[in-house]
Design a protein around this ligand. Structure first.
Ligand code: GLN
Length: 481
């Protein structure tokens, strides 16, 4: 038995039975992280000293029988756009390369209360803009299944870390698919909760109306445990909502819809086959499955690439050399700002700021941003109609398996296409999960995505767990543990 492979509940049982100590688990996890770092570069920082001390404290609680939380002593990796007090939060940008967090994000505060350990900060596409973790100012991350391939993005470091068993689970952030897409590329579960159920306080903003923190894990149950630990209304995030869950059926009375538009052109045969496999399994178990059309999904990428850049151009205006991070001097304050932003931001971030500023400028606002907002409203309405007919919507998570490093870097539009299936859930604020279902001929994993109505996260997790048990995907990348 390799302890780094075990799910959280099982580890907790071993701790309680005194068959395993949190410090022993941590030392194994840390060795895995150090051992794989040179080949994968999943992490920007690894924390060791503090964890050795914390893991020992955790040992003590289990010895005395006073440990309360399922996450006590569980090593978690954190995407480097989430603030942990006293440590650097770089967003993989030169702009913040020397920025030390003066406070904890709400999710971190909650995980500290749960006595979880933080293994380190993981690599990402700069400011979470990208689909491959190649847009990092600090080098690219590789896919633990095959290092010629990308791990997906932007939470590629978190996915590679869990994939290589360098952490038990991780947090990522998802604005257009950045949790689900890398989870799919790395054979893991990636869960984007209903917008607002997890506080964004302390997550460095990319596109505030779309950003959502969530878990990347090996099992659905691990995602459930993390979601329950990090969710809840937070007065520090005005968009956060109470996690008042609605119950929808997850047993055989549940109705399943297959999204027609996400089974057509632009989706590889392999990705489609994974969905078909799950549908067959569900039908055999007695579920009702039918096709559902959501025509506006075809416009999701166009809508997203107006709204996300517009919000990012406003959010990133704060990086001006005055308040945070990098400052490159100039003769005037304007010159200083210009120099700082020219030097501090990478190519993709600049592209988005330009696009967003243009879309928001007087004269174009109604034509671009205003239209995108209208179309977003239409998308929400189309999903509402769909959820009057079915309880869950199923689709591929990604149009293809992971692509090779370098393959799409010179063609941003092609890169943007890899979020075709994931973006709609962000635009509509819905919970969505990717669960691994199989491997392709290249021995790379693929997942399927399931969505449900807002605030039905727990039912979605229950339903996903049923599929997880039926499909029994138990493969893992080789050579890391
Ligand atoms: N890949 C998408 C983008 O580049 C989504 C990123 C994300 O979810 N953070 O914007």
């Amino acid at each position: 038995m390799d302890i780094a492979n075990l799910p959280i509940r099982k580890l907790n049982t071993l701790f309680n039975k005194k068959d395993l100590k949190p410090s022993e688990l941590y030392s194994k996890i840390f060795d895995n992280a150090v051992g794989s770092e040179a080949s994968l570069h999943a992490h920007l920082t690894l924390f060791e000293e503090e964890n050795i001390k914390k893991a020992k404290e955790s040992d003590g609680r289990f010895e005395k029988g006073t440990a309360q939380s399922l996450l006590d002593g569980i090593p978690l990796a954190i995407k480097d756009n989430i603030n942990i007090k006293g440590y650097k939060t770089t967003c993989s940008s030169k702009m913040l390369s020397n920025y030390t967090s003066p406070y904890d994000a709400t999710v971190i505060k909650k995980l500290k209360e749960s006595e979880a350990l933080f293994t380190g900060k993981t690599n990402l596409d700069e400011f979470a803009m990208g689909s491959s973790t190649e847009n990092s100012a600090f080098g690219l991350t590789k896919n633990p299944w095959d290092t010629d391939f990308v791990p997906g993005g932007s939470s590629g470091g978190s996915a590679a870390s869990v994939g290589a068993r360098s952490s038990i689970a991780a947090l990522g952030s998802d604005t257009g698919g950045s949790i689900r897409q890398p989870a799919s590329f790395c054979g893991l579960v990636g869960f984007k909760p209903t917008y607002g159920t997890v506080s964004r306080y302390g997550l460095i903003a990319f596109a505030s109306s779309l950003d959502q923190i969530g878990p990347i894990t090996k099992t659905v149950d691990d995602s459930r445990i993390l979601f329950s630990a990090i969710s809840g209304q937070d007065s520090r995030d005005a968009t956060s909502i109470a996690n008042d869950q609605v119950d929808i059926p997850s047993d055989k009375t549940a109705k399943i819809g297959v999204i027609k538009e996400l089974m057509e052109d632009g989706i590889s045969d392999e990705a489609r086959n994974e969905v078909s496999k799950v549908i067959e399994t569900l039908k055999t178990s007695g579920y009702e499955v039918k096709e559902i059309s959501i025509p506006i999904i075809k416009l999701a990428i166009s809508i997203y690439y107006l709204i996300a850049p517009a919000e990012c151009s406003a959010n990133l205006a704060r990086f001006d050399g005055v308040r945070y991070g990098l400052r490159i001097d100039g003769n005037t304050s304007y010159e200083m700002m210009e120099n700082t932003r020219a030097e501090g931001f990478g190519k993709e971030v600049k592209r988005r700021i330009l696009l967003g500023t243009y879309a928001l400028s007087a004269g174009y606002y109604d034509e671009y941003y205003g239209k995108a907002l209208q179309a977003r409203k239409e998308m929400i309405d189309e999903f509402t109609r769909a959820f009057n007919e079915v309880d869950y919507l199923i689709s591929p998570t990604t149009p293809t398996q992971a692509f090779k490093a370098g393959e799409k870097t010179s063609n941003p539009l092609e890169m943007y296409m890899s979020d075709l299936c994931t973006i709609p859930a962000n635009l509509a604020g819905l919970p969505a999960i990717s669960i691994p279902t199989g491997v392709t001929n290249d021995n790379l994993p693929l997942g399927v995505q399931i969505m449900s109505r807002a605030l039905s996260d727990e039912s979605l997790l229950n339903f996903s767990e049923i599929i997880e048990k039926e499909i029994q995907f138990d493969q893992q990348p080789k050579g890391w543990v």
